[in-house]
Design a protein around this ligand. Structure first.
Ligand code: 6R9
Length: 650
């Protein structure tokens, strides 16, 4: 299929002025993997160091001698790199453009000078509240400039931020606060998403009442919508009041390159979400360098990444990458379909966006609305389009290219993960011929490989599990508080490699086609949900005895959530309980974990040793009972027959 897939050659006009040409790519890629120290040593020079590193790469994936360190003797501060060093030449340039939820509310343009001042004031305020280097701060804010201010203020004083997506429920906030022992939470009265209001402060209040979430001493509250909320003195403080009167100068903390910058929780195949830990030097060098190369960044670009700061894309390509590069980054509070489905394209025209980065799920949803809402706008400012978060189906890719980009803008399909800190497999727009649906080729220094389930390396055109043979500076360094879990999760499956959890095909041209997760992670609209998390939410309901959750193909979301539920003896299924259970999951985790289908299961297919056979449940959910595969290890085959009958009857 891929060999026959149509190729979109590099646009000649784009290539003529691109930062990286085809020849550059070949030459630099070879150098990056053959002489990583020379290559990444040079890349480090793009940052301002308080003490420049003399060491570059110090990595061993050998479990007996495991270490990942980059630029280990360097010292720097991430906020200085994103702000102070821009002041001389870009003080009046917009660091952020803020487009509020309601288009009638005026947009804001925040210069580098103003952002620097706001970050310094908050940095001083946090220090006055007793926050020191190494302390953890949880940020639970809408997509407003204060979210960026909060992240950078933490970075300035060496506090480790943990941003929690505003769509998460109190229990999820509590879990994350507890896991990292946050001393302070920054939130807002409410968030706005289209016509909906999100009760952020009330959610924090509920979370902090939960058992174990008692490390928090202070809650800073941004007044955003002005809604009436409970303030619990002396714990709760108005954000405006604590920053008022603070100096606009704040001494930045000297951070070692390997000191933590942030924790970001993400779902894995087992247990609770894990705190992915990123450090300062390697992360920032990698985020800024990839941002410049992949988006072919120029000084006058207006760059818009639609991802919320609650996700890694918002961290690396909404905040740290663009600001370290002195770019103008657009922050959008709202949603793609409010007030109407033309909003994205209207915002592009309004702010003359040149580089646009979004997710396949948004593209598919807008594609369904037809061309008219797009064509009613100009989009003439655009010069590049990007996607991230999940595989993009070729049909959506072509619509993005033809309709949104009017056939003029290269599409960069960027593959990466929370764990990788930055983009690993991607086209470079002036160097790589594009194939719709393929993330194409590795970025500099990245050595992807495919292995079969026995760990055998596969050569040439092949399909298997995607691993990475070597490190890159943006790689995560640990799971917060559980280094062993980090090693066990990523480095034990295929020894000597980092295992991504993704399946992948490589075609005869060496192009990579990500096929999706091969573990128990469901990718819903580009958001990772662990099946184990949804199962434990369901089982925490008093009427549920057992639950098994799998992903299934979903036209808009990429994957949907399919839950099989066994009730405790004496309980009977019904519409009301169905609604109850769906609401229960939303309350426990958040709306993004809402099951799309819930099927009553008198029993679950298990092996004789009691393991749930998810492979079979996935096929039943897909309504492909003829592809169940080997069922000989089932303890009770009649369970499957009844589930199939029930599924068909739906
Ligand atoms: C950045 C981000 C990571 C998982 C990853 C993969 C999927 C991301 C993709 C893609 C195909 C792409 N994924 N980008 N699959 N093509 N361009 O999304 O991080 O939330 O941790 O998700 O998303 O399955 O393993 P994260």
């Amino acid at each position: 299929m891929s060999e026959a897939a149509p190729v979109y050659p590099v646009d000649a006009r784009f290539a003529a002025q691109a930062r990286i040409t085809r020849d550059d790519y070949e030459r630099l890629y070879a150098e990056s993997v053959e002489q990583p120290d020379a290559f990444w040593g040079r890349v480090a020079q793009r940052l301002d160091w308080m003490r420049p590193p003399t060491q570059v790469k110090d990595v061993s994936y050998d479990l007996a001698d495991f270490r990942i360190r980059w630029y280990a003797d360097g010292e720097l501060n991430a906020s200085v790199n994103c702000l102070d060093r821009q002041l001389e030449t870009r003080g009046d340039k917009a660091a952020l453009i803020f487009e509020p939820d309601d288009p009638a509310t005026p947009a804001q343009r925040i210069s580098y000078r103003e952002l620097h001042e706001r970050v310094c004031r908050l940095g001083n305020a946090l220090r006055n509240l007793g926050i020191c280097k190494g302390d953890r701060v949880t940020i639970y804010l809408p997509m407003i400039p204060d979210a960026v201010v909060a992240m950078l203020a933490c970075a300035r004083i060496g506090a480790v931020h943990s941003v929690v997506f505003g769509g998460f429920a109190p229990q999820s906030i509590a879990d994350r606060v507890k896991d990292c022992g946050s001393k302070l939470v920054i939130t807002a009265d409410e968030g706005l998403r289209g016509t909906k209001r999100v009760p952020l402060k009330a959610n924090v209040d509920a979370a902090l009442k939960m058992p174990g979430a008692n490390s928090v001493e202070t809650v800073l509250v941004v007044r955003h919508t002005g809604a009436a909320i409970d303030m619990q003195m002396p714990r709760d403080r108005w954000f405006d009041a604590v920053v008022a009167g603070q100096s606009a100068q704040c001494e930045p903390e000297r951070m070692n390159a390997e000191d933590p910058l942030f924790i970001l929780y993400t779902s894995g195949s087992t247990g609770k979400p894990k705190g992915v830990l990123h450090t300062t030097g390697g992360y920032l060098a990698y985020a800024s360098y990839t941002h410049e190369c992949v988006f072919d960044l120029r000084e006058d670009d207006v760059y818009w990444c639609t991802a919320d700061v609650g996700w890694v894309t918002g961290h690396s390509y909404g905040v740290y990458g663009p600001l370290a590069n002195g770019a103008t980054s657009l922050i959008f509070e709202g949603v793609p379909n409010y007030p109407d489905v033309s909003r994205f394209w209207q915002v592009i025209d309004k702010h003359q966006v040149t580089l646009f980065y979004t997710a396949p799920t948004a593209i598919r949803a807008l594609m369904r609305e037809g061309e008219a809402p797009v064509k009613s706008t100009s989009r003439a400012s655009l010069r590049l389009l990007g996607t991230v978060g999940e595989p993009i189906n070729p049909e959506a890719w072509r619509w993005y290219f033809d309709v949104v980009g009017d056939g003029r803008c290269p599409v960069v399909d960027t593959w990466w993960q929370t764990e990788t800190g930055g983009i690993l497999i991607t086209p470079l727009p002036g160097a790589t011929d594009l194939k719709p649906g393929s993330a194409t080729k590795p970025f500099f220094g990245v050595r992807p490989a495919l292995v079969d389930t026995n760990g055998q390396l596969l050569e040439g055109a092949a399909e298997g599990n995607l691993v990475l043979l070597d490190s890159w500076p943006g790689q995560m360094r640990s799971v917060y508080g559980d280094h062993q879990r980090f090693i066990d999760t990523y480095f034990r499956t295929y020894p000597g490699t980092y295992f991504t959890g993704d399946g992948c095909r490589r075609d005869a041209d060496g192009y990579y086609w990500i096929t999706g997760r091969v573990d128990d992670v469901i990718n819903v609209s580009g958001h990772r949900i662990g099946t184990a998390e949804v199962e434990s939410a369901l089982v925490s309901h008093p009427k549920v005895a057992e639950a098994a959750v799998v992903g299934f193909p979903h036209d808009l979301k990429g994957q949907g959530i399919y839950a099989y539920v066994t009730l405790v003896a004496g309980e009977s299924p019904g519409d009301e309980l169905h609604r109850d259970l769906v609401a229960h999951v939303r309350k426990e985790i958040g709306p993004i974990a809402t099951p799309d289908h819930l099927q009553w299961a008198p029993g679950l297919p298990k092996t004789r040793s009691g393991k749930i056979m998810r492979r079979i449940l996935r096929k039943i959910a897909e309504d492909a009972p003829d592809q169940l595969g080997d069922t000989s290890t089932l303890a009770d085959p009649s369970v499957v027959e009844s589930l199939v009958r029930e599924r068909r009857g739906r």
